[in-house]
Write a protein that binds this ligand. Structure first.
Ligand SMILES: NC(=O)C1=CN([C@@H]2O[C@H](COP(=O)(O)OP(=O)(O)OC[C@H]3O[C@@H](n4cnc5c(N)ncnc54)[C@H](O)[C@@H]3O)[C@@H](O)[C@H]2O)[C@@H](O)CC1
Ligand SMILES: [K+]
Length: 478
């Protein structure tokens, strides 16, 4: 489940040409498209294929050939001109040489296939293309897009207002970044990747349930509490004690060996009544600011339920001086420099917090959120968990994972506090920090999905995530 930018697709194409020609790749793409489309189409339905002048149009030509060969009713049209790319022109010659013709749009179609523009599209669309897509969007047809819906840019969440509104999009070789941008996701309908036999070299990938299964560390029978880390949480104020409770509960539920919570006596009292497994560092924030760190900690988290003030900033600075894996969330997320250190730093902003940390307006980076997150992670040497639908987990080496699990039930105060607790537990107990971060995001989201299987997502409370975790994790432990 890889994600490729347009330049990576072009590079993969060129590299493949050492052995596979553009013609062969297009043949593979068209055949895969046929196999996917044939599952959705009957032979008595009328299919229209809108083919463009480039290789996206070429994929449409091969699809048309396969559909016709297999007895489907298919019209192939070239509304913006004949094929111009080499591979598409060759396929067009072959298509005509075996007796198939080019058609005009005539009457009603049950299925409209958009093979006009793919990763080579430029915006704005001209009026003629806009009108054609507006027509296609109004027709009562099943709309299938090849690779990218026309009018949507492949790498950015930018689109023409008349972009093709697909029911399904068959993405060739891998997803394109705009599948995961809020402003363009809807145009893709249901996206599905078609493999065309090229090797995968992507730095960005969707983190799937199979990835979680593969990387979920098994607890060895001879383990002891020291095997799963000794975490420190600095969270919660007397006005916001709940954040510390949710974060601590999530960390314990996620398997951390030992947990110390640095909070006021009042907050500690509340946590102790809910979670007798914790130990407390009274007036912990003050002690940490003074550099009086509790001993033998193996990971720390700071921020849930804390204000963005000078004391919290000083505490974060002290923690950054240590070599503990560190999760920085909520009130502790500010604009700052990150020192070079060996242990990982994981930052967990939602878009509003990321804007505060960087000064980049939400609307600007949301259109390009994977690349923006990766750039930030690289420049600052941190792991960035940019939250929201399709949370991005970006690493300093340029890699990124996208989480597609979860639902809008998570869009509530308190849900981020739980994620920080899970991240702390995993950062303290996994050897592979990339898997720790991606799996934490996955489990947090999967708990919300588990809830939604039997209950309304509206009713999900952040504290319910801790109740569903035992059931969700069971499948991975066995
Ligand atoms: N490795 C891969 O993933 C493969 C990709 N293939 C296909 O190739 C596509 C990319 O092909 P291309 O690079 O030729 O690019 P496209 O086919 O996406 O578009 C380029 C063509 O469209 C024209 N064009 C761009 N913007 C336009 C606009 N606003 N209005 C009208 N015309 C416009 C260009 O002048 C050019 O002729 C992919 O999207 C995919 O469908 C396949 O053929 C096989 C291999
Ligand atoms: K297309």
């Amino acid at each position: 489940m890889y994600i490729y930018r347009a330049d990576e697709i072009k590079a993969a194409d060129e590299a493949a040409e050492n052995g596979l020609t553009g013609y062969t790749l297009m043949e593979s793409a068209g055949r895969e498209l046929y196999q996917a489309a044939a599952k959705l189409i009957n032979r008595d339905q009328r299919v229209l294929i809108l083919s463009g002048t480039g290789n996206n149009g070429g994929d449409g030509i091969v699809l048309a050939r396969y559909l016709k060969q297999h007895g489907y009713l298919c019209d192939l049209v070239f509304p913006i001109g004949d094929p111009r790319s080499e591979a598409a022109s060759e396929h067009f010659r072959y298509y005509k040489s075996i007796g198939y013709s080019v058609n005009e749009i005539q009457g009603k179609y049950d299925v409209i296939v958009d093979a006009l523009l793919g990763v080579g599209a430029r915006l704005p669309l001209d009026k003629k293309v806009q009108e054609l897509l507006q027509w296609a969007n109004k027709e009562d047809s099943l709309r299938l897009a090849v690779d990218v819906p026309s009018g949507v840019l492949s790498d950015q969440g930018e689109s023409d207002e008349s972009a093709f509104k697909a029911d399904r999009t068959f993405c060739i070789h891998g997803y394109k970044p705009s599948v995961f941008m809020e402003s363009t996701a809807e145009y893709y309908g249901i996206p599905e990747v078609l493999d065309i036999g090229l090797p995968h070299k992507a730095k960005w990938k969707v983190w799937t349930k199979e990835d979680v299964k593969r990387t979920f560390p098994k607890r060895k029978p001879g383990s002891h509490k020291g095997s799963f880390g000794n975490g420190l949480i600095i969270a919660g104020t007397d006005e916001m004690p709940g954040a510390a409770i949710l974060c601590s509960l999530a960390a314990k539920r996620s398997g951390i060996g030992k947990l110390t919570v640095a909070a006021s006596r009042f907050v500690s009292g509340i946590i102790a009544s809910r979670l007798p497994e914790c130990v407390f560092l009274h007036d912990g924030l003050k002690k940490i600011v003074e550099g009086r760190m509790p001993e033998k900690m193996t990971a720390a988290a700071i921020g849930p339920g804390l204000p963005s003030d000078e004391t919290v900033e000083l505490a974060a600075a002290q923690l950054l001086k240590t070599n503990l894996p560190l999760i920085i969330d909520a009130g502790a997320l500010t604009k700052r420099q990150y020192p070079k250190r060996e242990a990982p730093v994981i930052l967990t902003p939602h878009p509003g917090e990321f804007q505060k940390m960087t000064g980049i307006p939400v609307a600007d980076f949301q259109k390009n959120r994977i690349q923006t997150a990766v750039d930030f992670a690289r420049e600052n040497g941190v792991i960035l968990v940019l939250k929201g639908r399709n949370t991005v987990i970006a690493f300093p080496d340029g890699e990124a994972r996208i989480n597609t699990a979860g639902n809008a039930g998570l869009a509530k105060g308190g849900s981020g506090d739980s994620l920080t607790g899970i991240l702390l537990a995993f950062a303290a107990s996994y050897k592979d920090i990339k898997a720790a971060a991606a799996n934490a995001v996955y489990f947090h989201a999967a708990c919300a999905d588990y809830w939604k299987e039997t209950r309304a997502e509206t009713t999900l409370l952040a504290s319910d995530l801790n109740e569903t975790m035992p059931f969700v994790m069971k499948e991975f432990e066995d």
